[in-house]
Design a protein around this ligand. Structure first.
Ligand SMILES: Cc1cc2nc3c(=O)[nH]c(=O)nc-3n(C[C@H](O)[C@H](O)[C@H](O)COP(=O)(O)OP(=O)(O)OC[C@H]3O[C@@H](n4cnc5c(N)ncnc54)[C@H](O)[C@@H]3O)c2cc1C
Length: 260
């Protein structure tokens, strides 16, 4: 700890002559191998780590480590833009537009600027079609979606037609979508992976959910009956674990059209 900030100085801890801390953060996990005694060999490019228990929290990328999650957690990329304005005449409330499957949403910031997300319409044509859904390669930037958001406020709101908005930031990332929309949270022992725990598949809603899911999972890992409760649909069940319907197929069935 450094004073007076009381913040953890990781680099100092690492380089301290008497400290022996091996950090494994930001290491790509190559594979997980279950040993005879039901412990795990975690393989990374910097070497192997022997662990009694492992937690898989890799969300959209889970199927790369656990192949049976192919079809259970599908990578779907999200895009959000920030529309800056100097005008104080902007939207008064947050909005959600559904047209009919794709959802666009707007969050109004205190300074009048807008954060706009969604853009599903732009996922229907190439190259977004191939790159944004069922594809975990996050080196791709969806230029078409950025453009879709750039004029969003002027295009869609009469009251904002003449207001100047500047799309100053656009960001994208890989989300993990499940067919039923709920994450997989729990102990994988009963599903052939002893001492492995999972918390993944947040379907674009991780921010309000991850805290209680992590608390619940930590109690499970300690071998306790969890005092923290999570909604039953988030838990593992044989029904959910045998789910074979990839997100896209099921969306297609329900809505008659997939977003790609
Ligand atoms: C543009 C955008 C807007 C969003 N807006 C919202 C919002 O408004 N509200 C909301 O609730 N959620 C939102 N989300 C979703 C939210 O970001 C996710 O729900 C949340 O990040 C999930 O957290 P996570 O820790 O489960 O997964 P992630 O944040 O995806 O973290 C998974 C981590 O696992 C790592 N990883 C994967 N594979 C390996 C491997 N083999 N080895 C080592 N590391 C690995 C990845 O590098 C990553 O750091 C948004 C997402 C995007 C992209």
């Amino acid at each position: 700890m450094s004073k007076p900030e009381k913040s953890m100085q990781t680099l100092r801890l690492h380089t301290h002559p008497q400290a022996s801390l091996r950090s494994c953060f930001k290491q790509t996990l190559l594979s997980l191998e279950c040993l005879e005694d039901n412990t795990w060999m975690v393989k990374t490019p910097r070497g192997h780590v022997h662990a009694k228990k492992v937690v898989v929290a890799t969300n959209a990328y889970t199927r790369a480590l656990l192949p049976d999650f192919w079809g259970k957690i599908t990578p779907v990329k999200g895009v959000v833009s920030h529309l800056q304005t100097e005008s104080n005449k902007t939207l008064e409330t947050n909005m959600v537009h559904t047209i009919p499957v794709e959802i666009d949403y707007i969050s109004v910031r205190d300074d009048g600027s807008l954060v706009v997300g969604g853009g599903g319409q732009t996922y229907k044509t190439s190259p977004n079609r191939e790159m944004m859904v069922d594809n975990a390669d996050d080196s791709y930037f969806p230029e078409e979606t950025r453009q879709y958001f750039a004029g969003y406020a002027n295009r869609n709101y009469k009251s904002l037609t003449d207001i100047k908005f500047v799309n100053d930031y656009t960001w994208t990332g890989c989300m993990g979508f499940t067919e039923d929309g709920f994450p997989f949270v729990g102990d994988l022992t009963a599903y052939g992976r002893p001492n492995m725990f999972i918390s993944a598949g947040f379907t674009g809603h991780g921010m309000p959910r991850i805290f209680s899911c992590s608390k619940y999972l930590s109690e499970l890992i300690m071998g306790k009956e969890p005092a923290t409760s999570i909604p039953a649909p988030f838990m593992l069940s044989f029904e959910r674990m045998s789910m074979q319907t990839p997100y896209l197929d099921s969306l297609s069935e329900k809505c008659g059209t997939a977003p790609v």
